[in-house]
Design a protein around this ligand. Structure first.
Ligand code: G3P
Ligand code: MG
Length: 235
């Protein structure tokens, strides 16, 4: 099973920061997940929450601040013993992570904000001109639709957080032609995985941080999972 480093190796360093991505690389992760929002001036920045309050010393919406101000915040509050670290831009993370590592870029976007997160991120990936394998995922399936309209080939991961009654019909009806489905782990069953595989979709569930949970996921036949500890299956 593939273990995808969730927000970097976020069990060992502040989530979605350069130290967390470096740690994931050090631990041998072959696939890394990160979350992207747009700053007020349209820069893709790597942070999970819509609000700054939980993981930084700032307050308010990420999208209300320009990149120059966001980059001054301390994003390492969850690991006070470590040196101060900053919110990275997506550009900085792309520069750090070697192209042989698969990146799962999760677009944090809500339709209410009417942002062009998908376009900004695709622009950046195009500028990078790398052969890197990327999976773009989102809970906002309209945002994935924007990605698909612009890029027919890119791998899309459909994120879900509930037990969908008919996920195959739903997924087909979106026309997204996804690479993978990313359900919350507690809704995963062997039947779910079998049906997804019959449709040609891989299954990566989130978030799995114990060996017991990993064994349950393994028993469903899923292709992998997101974990704060990319070395979970190593010992
Ligand atoms: O992409 C998997 C997982 O990251 C989805 O949930 O809230 O951790 O972004 P969240
Ligand atoms: Mg995420």
């Amino acid at each position: 099973m593939l273990v995808i480093a969730h927000r970097g190796a976020s069990a060992f360093a502040p989530e979605n920061t350069i130290p967390a991505f470096k740690k994931a690389l050090e631990m041998g992760a072959s696939s890394i997940e990160l979350d992207v929002h747009l700053s007020a001036d349209g820069i893709p920045v790597v942070i999970h929450d819509f609000f700054l309050d939980k993981t930084t010393d700032g307050t308010g919406l990420v999208r209300s601040m320009n990149w120059q101000d966001l980059r001054r915040l301390d994003a390492g509050r969850s690991f006070p013993a470590l040196p101060v670290c900053r919110i990275p831009s997506l550009e900085e993370v792309l520069a750090l992570i070697p192209p042989e590592i698969t990146l799962n870029i999760e677009l944090k976007s809500i339709s209410l904000f009417r942002e062009n997160t998908a376009d900004r991120v695709l622009n950046m990936l195009e500028q990078e001109k790398s052969s890197r394998q990327v999976v773009i995922s989102s809970f906002n399936h309209r945002c994935l639709q924007e990605v698909r309209e612009r890029d027919k080939e890119i791998r899309l991961g459909i994120l879900t957080a509930s037990d969908m009654i008919n996920f195959t019909d739903y997924t087909e009806s979106t026309g997204l032609n996804p690479w993978s489905l990313h359900p919350e782990a507690s809704y995963l069953t062997k039947e779910y995985v079998d049906r997804a595989h019959q449709m040609g979709w891989k299954v990566f569930c989130w978030t799995v941080n114990t060996k017991e949970a990993a064994a349950l996921v393994g028993s469903t036949g899923a292709d992998g999972f997101f974990s704060d500890n990319p070395g979970l299956l190593d010992q």
